[in-house]
Design a protein around this ligand. Structure first.
Ligand SMILES: Cc1cc2nc3c(=O)[nH]c(=O)nc-3n(C[C@H](O)[C@H](O)[C@H](O)COP(=O)(O)OP(=O)(O)OC[C@H]3O[C@@H](n4cnc5c(N)ncnc54)[C@H](O)[C@@H]3O)c2cc1C
Length: 420
């Protein structure tokens, strides 16, 4: 079989979904089918429930799922970090035992990194892991642990060697949370909700095969988990949106999402619930206070500006963001994906606007400028790539853009002088 293309992947997944999708199936039953077919996580290895496809095709697959209303694999919560870490560092035994149940949503996970004395300084962890016979015995305390009260398994960073530099003495374990040596206490916030927990270990046991890293390599494995966490950091509000459709599978998915996302409802420090402020001010009548109203307006402006800037940044996932905006991926599959300039140019909300709007006027920050810098030797090339019919057209567009900027520059200077 040749290299996959967008249309071959689309045809294949569409055919498979049309033959297999059934909203009357149970959620786990359906997700097992997804795991067997590889369409739940097409970018994972074939051997482990994927199809070895470049990640750029995920968006194509997602579109086909959405088209038919099919439910995907479980994605909300710490389980995605567990899966990424296990795929990168674990033995086949772990992959066999955990990956399928992560995808089906049968297992819930938590991340046991932060401690009262080691938050930002994560390598300073003092929860101890001692080898006794052929088992590891864990004693100590973790804090801030989201979803620990529900979790079957924990990703645990603990100190196994006290005689070396702190980064080198750590080991990384998979810990059974439902054992007598693990106690979970919710941390209640001022608003009455408990989004996270303290976790205490008293002679908790880890079987030797559940050590993920060699002793000393725990830091390296933890870094993988953290990198994946960071990549998803702004995803809290978009991860898990339940469909409102009718049918058994949708009901089960709604229930799952409600449970998994419950701790994130009040996650102010991380997610930033600016969206709640206006609603709350209206409900309490504070909105009538002009000073508060002014502060809320400032907050909303800052938040919207930040979101817009983040969306326009160059750190797009390959293919992903562009695909969300309805743009065909260009370049080799798995490559850097289409440039954001093209996303901006063709994004649905911008369609139909005059060409002039395509050229941003604030040099240095726009995706357009990043794109143009790539063609520094021949600036007109930028316009050719951006859709001009031929080289002459590109030159013309370039001259117009330069001219436009010069005029704008002139206008700003004149208006500043007038003010003076
Ligand atoms: C909502 C939420 C959920 C969380 N969920 C989890 C979870 O599930 N699992 C988990 O393991 N952890 C979790 N955490 C912990 C989190 O990721 C951080 O590890 C933790 O918040 C930082 O530790 P700390 O609170 O002790 O702050 P500290 O590390 O004490 O930091 C306090 C302040 O000092 C600053 N600071 C620290 N070190 C330096 C330095 N060297 N130089 C300059 N400034 C410094 C920090 O920026 C901060 O402003 C969660 C945290 C939050 C807020």
């Amino acid at each position: 079989m040749g290299e996959p293309t967008e249309s071959s992947v689309r045809t294949e997944v569409r055919t498979w979904l049309e033959a297999n999708w059934n909203p009357e199936l149970g959620l786990v039953e359906w997700r097992n089918k997804l795991a067997d077919s590889g369409w739940g996580v097409p970018h994972w290895p074939k051997q482990w429930y994927g199809r070895d496809l470049p990640v750029a095709f995920n968006a194509v697959v997602d579109e086909e799922f959405q088209r038919i209303g099919a439910v995907g694999v479980a994605k909300a919560g710490i389980r995605t970090l567990a899966a990424a870490t296990i795929l990168a560092h674990s033995t086949d035994l772990h992959k066999e035992k955990f990956l399928r149940r992560i995808l089906t949503g049968e297992d819930t996970w938590c991340q046991l990194f932060s401690e009262p004395g080691s938050g930002s300084d994560m390598a300073g962890a003092v929860t101890r892991a001692d080898r006794q016979g052929n088992k590891w015995v864990i004693n100590g305390q973790k804090v801030w642990t989201t979803s620990a009260h529900k979790a079957e398994w924990g990703l645990l960073l603990a100190r196994a060697n006290w005689d070396v530099a702190k980064h080198k003495g750590l080991a990384y374990f998979i810990l059974d949370m439902k054992q007598p040596g693990v106690q979970v206490h919710p941390l209640r916030q001022m608003n009455g909700h408990a989004s996270f927990n303290q976790v205490f270990f008293t002679d908790a046991i880890v079987e030797p095969e559940f050590l993920v890293s060699d002793v000393g390599d725990g830091w390296k494995v933890a870094t993988t988990t953290l990198m994946h966490e960071r990549r998803g950091a702004d995803g809290l509000r978009t991860w898990a949106t339940a469909s409102s459709r009718k049918g058994r599978i949708y009901e089960e998915e709604r229930a799952e999402i409600a449970t998994t996302m419950e701790p994130y409802k009040w996650y102010p420090q991380r997610a930033g619930r600016v969206d709640l402020v206006l609603e709350r001010a209206k409900a309490t009548g504070k909105i009538d206070d002009p000073v508060i109203r002014q502060e809320i307006a400032k907050l909303l402006i800052m938040s919207k500006t930040a979101a817009r800037r983040a969306g326009a940044g160059p750190a797009a996932r390959p293919g992903g963001i562009a695909r969300q905006a309805g743009v065909e991926p260009r370049g080799a599959p798995g490559g850097a994906g289409p440039h954001l300039y093209h996303r901006r140019r063709r994004a649905p909300e911008r369609r139909g606007q005059p060409d002039g709007r395509r050229h941003r006027r604030d040099p240095g920050v726009g995706a357009c400028n990043i794109h143009r810098r790539r063609h520094r030797r021949n600036p007109a090339q930028h316009h050719l790539r951006a859709g001009a019919q031929d080289a002459q057209g590109a030159q013309r567009r370039h001259r117009q853009a330069v001219q436009g900027r010069a005029e704008e520059h002139h206008r700003v200077i004149v208006s500043r002088r007038r003010k003076v």
